[in-house]
Design a protein around this ligand. Structure first.
Ligand code: FE
Ligand code: FE
Ligand code: ZN
Length: 276
């Protein structure tokens, strides 16, 4: 089954978002665990969760993706920012344990001047604190474009983090097509080679989700500007190759393109028609 969806707000609850994605033609969605720029999370609504679970089961929603807020920075120079990251991780994962197979995606972080090595040390440290043996949630490191002091701009940086975490079986990777193209991985002309490189450096079995975005900026620009599908430097043909690639086609795909709901509906329709 083609798992396709987009980023949605869950301000109306899980059930509302699930109905929304079905009405848009999709079968999975991503949402922010809390205001992407802020701190406080909505409190857990068990009734909504149970209603959602039932609806999801009856409507072919097998998986959803939770995105940590942008303010979660595990490797900031500022201690209070790192403390928030820790608290946020613990609280979010705690909630996600209600699910049987939750995926929790986060940006590895920006070292804000500490340097890449120290940044990686801090990310490893926080993951070693928040992961626990019995957890059912898989925590995904998102591949980043490499703007500013972002960590996770190369497969090697992601691999180093995973390899140094004790409970590495709780970790996975989310590949953002806009980010990796901006980071210098040519998924337009050399998709097979990029996937081989991912496999050699990280291991393709770690890849759990795809953020499907076109890009406003050129290859290797290290910028993070998402574009509508087919309107950017990646282009529709490359995106169609991605959704149909034998090594990717069973993963869930999430649009994070600059769209309102109608735009998402249209993109989902185009992508579904383009599935072989
Ligand atoms: Fe992201
Ligand atoms: Fe993304
Ligand atoms: Zn992005």
């Amino acid at each position: 089954m083609f798992k396709i969806g987009c980023h949605l707000s869950i301000s109306g609850g899980f059930l509302h978002a699930a109905k929304e994605i079905i009405s848009l033609g999709g079968n999975t969605f991503q949402y922010f665990s809390r205001n992407p720029q802020g701190g406080q999370a909505k409190k857990w609504d068990q009734d909504d969760f149970l209603a959602f679970s039932k609806y999801a089961k009856n409507n072919g929603i097998e998986v959803i993706l939770t995105h940590a807020p942008y303010t979660l920075n595990a490797c900031s120079m500022k201690e209070e920012v790192r403390e928030f990251a820790l608290a946020c991780f613990i609280e979010d994962i705690n909630k996600l344990e209600h699910f049987d197979n939750a995926l929790y995606n986060f940006h590895p972080g920006s070292h804000t001047g500490l340097g890449v090595q120290k940044g990686i040390d801090l990310i490893v440290e926080i993951l070693n604190k928040v992961l626990f043996k019995e957890m059912k949630t898989t925590v995904l490191l998102e591949c980043m474009a490499g703007k500013g002091s972002e960590i996770g701009r190369s497969f090697e940086e992601i691999a180093e983090i995973i390899n140094r975490v004790e409970l590495k079986e709780k970790l996975g990777v989310c590949l953002d097509t806009c980010h990796v193209f901006s980071a210098g991985y040519d998924i337009v002309n050399k998709l097979d080679e990029v996937l081989d490189e991912f496999d050699n450096v990280i291991g393709l079995e770690k890849l759990k989700a795809i953020h499907l975005n076109d890009s406003m900026t050129p290859f290797n620009s290290n910028k993070d500007r998402h574009e509508k599908i087919g309107k950017g430097t990646i282009g529709l043909e490359a995106i169609i190759n991605i959704i149909n690639h034998p090594k990717l086609k069973d993963l869930p795909f999430y649009l994070e393109t600059p769209n309102e709901l109608d735009g998402y509906r249209y993109e989902i329709e185009v992508l579904k028609k383009s599935r072989l």
